[in-house]
Design a protein around this ligand. Structure first.
Ligand SMILES: [Zn+2]
Length: 408
């Protein structure tokens, strides 16, 4: 009923391997393909390729293959072992699977593709009908494979970012290649050592090749970079997205404090307005624009803080550094006079770090790429319901955002 020749073709087997037998098990909707080899074949030692006769066979193993007509398809074979004078008794390589793989190469490629498309392990498992452990095994192997294939290329512009991977503020430090849009390195924590660990993986020549580093104004990252990268202070750009985030948080603190006072006096103008103030002006939905306009024309402190925040965005819009500095002087004076403590705090911090903020005019980089990767990571995390184990989270980041060549 089943043509062994057909399966020989489907599996792409060639001599000495052949399909000996195909059995259909209707009850369990499985197809069992038994593969064997011709007698007297010569086999290559997997380490030195020396041709040797079969010494004995390892116990039978089973590999899951792509389904045929919705039937789970399993390949069974006993792998020959050779006795190499140099490498001892070792198993030979089989053409359909990688060493230690539980799936055939085609199946493994398929699992990787589905995992990437689903962006959750659970979703892929349900689609393919494999266990979480099996999928995770493929994913982990793919990352190891991808990392081992990574070429030692120089990365000119890097972004450094932190990511909370669990509630309770446990952080990861992520280094990305801004030009390729890939996450290159993930370390636990957000200490100086977390980032230093990345620089330690780089050769002196690769360190030399770093032209610019985008990061938040975070002292441990700053110190790690200053120590590892020559002339770092001329290469560090305090990232615009992070700066705007600090500023937006300041606006929100002003709003919360003001709202509390207003509510005590029976004024609920600021209730349910958080989104209006923290989003960029052009992103306010049309139906709420009139509401924002009215609030802005009031005497609210929050409205003042908002104007200062929105105005700060011009800092990155000038043609030259000189004009940007002039703009900043004016903005800074305004922010300091505002008598809004959270706003003043950001203005003071920026004034202190201005050189590396303005460095944007020498290296027009931002962490936008990292932010994009970040949101991808967050959605993966959300869909997986979080990662308890930081190491697993790391593997997942490399799998989805590492730009690695993952296929066997
Ligand atoms: Zn050998």
């Amino acid at each position: 009923m089943f043509d062994t020749d057909l399966y020989q073709k489907v599996l792409g087997l060639s001599a000495p391997w052949r399909v000996a037998d195909v059995k259909l098990d209707v009850a369990s909707t499985q197809i069992h393909v038994h593969v064997e080899h011709a007698e007297g074949s010569q086999w290559a030692c997997p380490y030195c390729q020396k041709k040797l006769a079969c010494y004995d066979h390892a116990p039978e193993r089973t590999w899951r293959h792509l389904n045929t007509c919705q039937f789970q398809t399993l390949i069974h074979a006993r792998i020959p072992r050779v006795e190499c004078p140099e490498h001892g008794v070792v198993q030979v390589k089989v053409p359909w699977a990688e060493p230690h793989g539980r799936f055939t190469i085609l199946m493994e490629r398929f699992v990787i593709d589905v995992l990437q498309a689903c962006q959750t392990v659970k979703g892929a498992c349900a689609l393919i009908g494999i266990s979480w452990d099996q999928a995770w095994h493929v994913l982990k192997r793919a990352v190891v494979r991808g990392i081992s294939r990574k070429e030692a290329v120089a990365i000119a512009r890097i972004g450094v970012d932190e990511k909370a991977f669990r509630k309770g503020h446990r952080y990861m430090t992520i280094v990305s290649d801004i030009d390729r849009g890939t996450d290159e390195f993930v370390a636990e924590g957000r200490e100086k050592a977390s980032l230093a660990a990345y620089f330690n993986t780089r050769t002196p020549r690769q360190i030399e090749a770093i032209e610019a580093v985008a990061m938040d104004m975070w002292e441990p990252y700053l110190q790690a970079t200053l120590e590892a990268v020559p002339l770092a202070s001329s290469k560090i750009v305090f990232d615009r997205f992070h700066i705007m985030k600090h500023m937006t948080e300041a606006v929100d603190v002003v709003r919360r404090r003001e709202n509390r006072l207003l509510v005590e006096n029976g004024d609920d103008r600021l209730k349910r307005t958080k989104y209006l103030w923290i989003t960029s002006k052009e992103n306010v939905p049309p139906k709420r624009r009139a509401e924002l306009r009215e609030l802005r024309e009031s005497d609210l402190k929050t409205a003042r803080a908002w104007s200062i925040k929105e105005n700060l965005r011009y800092l990155w819009s000038y043609q030259t550094e000189g004009w940007a500095r002039r703009f900043f002087d004016g903005w800074h004076a305004w922010a300091i006079r505002s008598r809004l403590e959270p706003v003043k705090a950001v203005a003071q911090m920026l004034a202190k770090k201005l050189d590396n903020v303005i460095r944007y005019y020498s290296h027009a980089i931002t962490n936008a790429v990292a932010e994009g990767l970040n949101s991808k990571i967050m959605s993966i995390k959300r869909r997986a319901g979080g990662y308890r184990n930081p190491n697993n989270f790391k593997i997942v980041i490399y799998f989805y955002c590492g730009g690695l060549r993952l296929h066997p």
